[in-house]
Design a protein around this ligand. Sequence first.
Ligand code: GDP
Length: 618
Amino acid sequence: MTEPLLKLVVVGHVDHGKSTLVGRLLHDTGSLADGRIEELRAASAQRKVAFEWSFALDAMQAERDQAVTIETTRVWLRLPGRDTLLIDAPGHREFLAKMITGAAVADAALLIVDVMEGIQDQTLRHAHLLALLGIAQIVVAVNKMDLAGFDETRFKQRRDEVTASLKKIGLAPVAIVPVAARDGDNLVQSSPRMSWYKRLPLTAVIAALPVAAAPVDQPLRFPIQDVYRIDQRRLYVGRIESGRLKLGDEILFSPSNKLAQVRSIEIGAANLTEATAGRSIGITLDRPLFVERGELISHVKNPPLLNQRFSATMIWLGNQKLSLGENYRMQLGTMETAATVESVNRIVDTGIPTSGTGATLERDAIGDVTLHSSRLLALDDSSRLPRSARFVLRHRNEVVAGGLVRLAGIPDLRPITAATALAPVAHRVTRELRAQRFGHRGGVLWFTGLSGAGKSTLAMAVEEHLFRKGYAVYVLDGDNVRGGLNSDLSFSAKDRAENVRRVGELAALFADAGFICITAFISPYMADRARARAAAGAAFHEIYISADLATCERRDTKGLYRKARSGELREFTGISSEYEPPDAPDLAIDTQNQPVEACAELIVGYIESNFAARDLGR
Ligand code: GDP
């Protein structure tokens, strides 16, 4: 019996020898038609160009292009006992889209590194992509060993460097093989020119790679691809991504939250009593249900989480940088919906230089982001069910990002949905209409800083200025909110975080209503402020109102520092509890060396230039 098919994606920096290696592999494993190479050699001689092994691949591609268009080159490699599908990735955008939407999920990757050049930016990009996609089995071919005189020391240097670079990304290669692709050294046969290398040649390493079994023992996830009506019956079809489904099972549809029982499981004309992960099936139910493509079927136990907002680790692939608040098309499983990126919470250091500012993602950057979709989604965390947690974003039909859903800290709205049939309704009055009415956009100006730094004073001054100029503006101030909305909260760490959370949500509603909402809260913790940013998305601006502790304490407008020093007030920010200043505030105002009026003018100027309605519709 042959081993299950291995899907191997081939990646590497341009010119490091990817095509040469694949061409030569095809030849050396007898995967090409007889005489093909001789033909290509003759054709090259005739055209007076040096023969390249990559021609074999080009020729294959050209032959097939006449019949079908394929974006990713797929090549069959015959290895002893193991058929291997090589997936060449000409553009990593297409590759990513395919991997994520399930068309070509690879089991392993072959990473090619030129011994003379070592790891390059593109190599790193590919490696990050592999890590993001959870492809942990990586074989490295250190190529062009002939140029390094087949020298063991040179190889070892590269090997150690590659190992260290991959380790930083969280990847550990299965094997690192020195090869000379052009001449076939260490591809199928061990090379006599590198007799110091005692391990297996490349194809033997590949042939021994394990193929992950379908995730049958995980919770059931069965995304609906289509609903067919046949006579009086409705057939719900799709592929089981994980788990198993049995006849008579009680199943749950998400996000619609509907229940039904499985009456039949069908593949073509055959009826099954059970189907497991990896199979494409159709099912019928014991009752008529109106659910559409995009719904996710699970068991009642272990369902996906429901929310419109979630976190993700995402790689940005668009030529234009990520635009916060922009509508992108998201594909998650079979669900397609509009989604916006509300905030970039952290940028991962990829080792690749980008000109990112921290507030957005430039091409090839990877970051943790908060997304918001136009409808409720069925979500799974990538650490638990990676297959169901992959998504892509498209803009004008181009793939611009791919990512993995992260659910830490994301509440499940299912209980509320179930109890109240909560279904967010879209406003007919749009943000644009509101902005036209008010003459400016809505937004949150989140003032943060020590007690006594001048937040409330400035907030009220700015409010007055703006109001006189005709702005719809309102200040949410710490003490005021504590007296009403948040009167149930204490000053414990947990309640403080809740205080800030509620204000963040409330401010976001004001902004949505078209108001400039200024909040004046110490909000000492970055995480709490990040959550407030997530609530308001692109409309959120963090304003750091700064003065050093000594100045604030000298001012002591409310007499709180004195109480804190005497121990009367505990956990007072700046004295007995920490203040985390913003890393990259949208605006920083130094109140120590400038009078209040000058500071207020700076903020008013900032608001005028950032929220003017004149650039509406951009
Ligand atoms: P790709 O862009 O990664 O597909 O790289 P190619 O396969 O087109 O190879 C780039 C160049 O490197 C070509 O000129 C190849 O002939 C050359 N090359 C590939 N493998 C080797 C090798 O093992 N030794 C030497 N000396 N050159 C190689």
